[in-house]
Design a protein around this ligand. Sequence first.
Ligand code: AKG
Ligand code: FE2
Length: 224
Amino acid sequence: MVALNQFPVTDGNRTNDETLFGLIAQDIEKQGYSIRHGALPEDLASSLFNHQQSLAAEKFKKAGIGRGDAYLENEFVRTDEICWINGETETGKNWLDWSASLQRFLNRRLFLGLFSFESHFAHYGPGDYYKRHYDAFRGEANRVLSVVAYFNSGWTAADGGELVIYENDHDKEGVKVVPLFGTLVTFLSEEFPHEVLAAKRDRHSIAGWFRVNTSVSDRVDPPL
Ligand SMILES: O=C(O)CCC(=O)C(=O)O
Ligand SMILES: [Fe+2]
């Protein structure tokens, strides 16, 4: 007997991606977030993981909170290290291209008006965490959709390091996501407080954000 595929039989990556993007759009429409295991194309996920491993430790900087002058390192809030992805390498470019096709699809399907994308690799060493936070604040109209992708093979519940997504400010339980290789999480940035629990081993991921264009009059936001 032939095993049923999770995705319909397709004639190439493009169709696979469109099927996945359709499922993500449905999840977001229904509940505001999407958790999809094994979602990242295998070759893209492997090359991102290898690339992240090959980045010299000094390319990673202690993460902070806030932007520009408001930027602060804050050990109380988060202790991970990050490295922004600028598309200068083949792998970085492939990731940005893939994210751009997700952006186009979601704009067509959900009319989100996503305009630009920024993302970074993140490394959480044993004991590192990111306390409960929002990625964007209501009314500031900047980060609209958050994306997180994970690159950790053989991760088990005993390794900790789950992402916990809460429904609202009162939710204490939340939904836990194991940061397993190939898992992709997307959620509306203004809607869901979330946190990263301390992990027992090195935890590798990418976090990214789609923004809307917050230009006023003739000033256009630079794409990040
Ligand atoms: O790595 C994760 O699971 C989420 C990270 C996060 O919330 C962030 O970087 O804003
Ligand atoms: Fe976050």
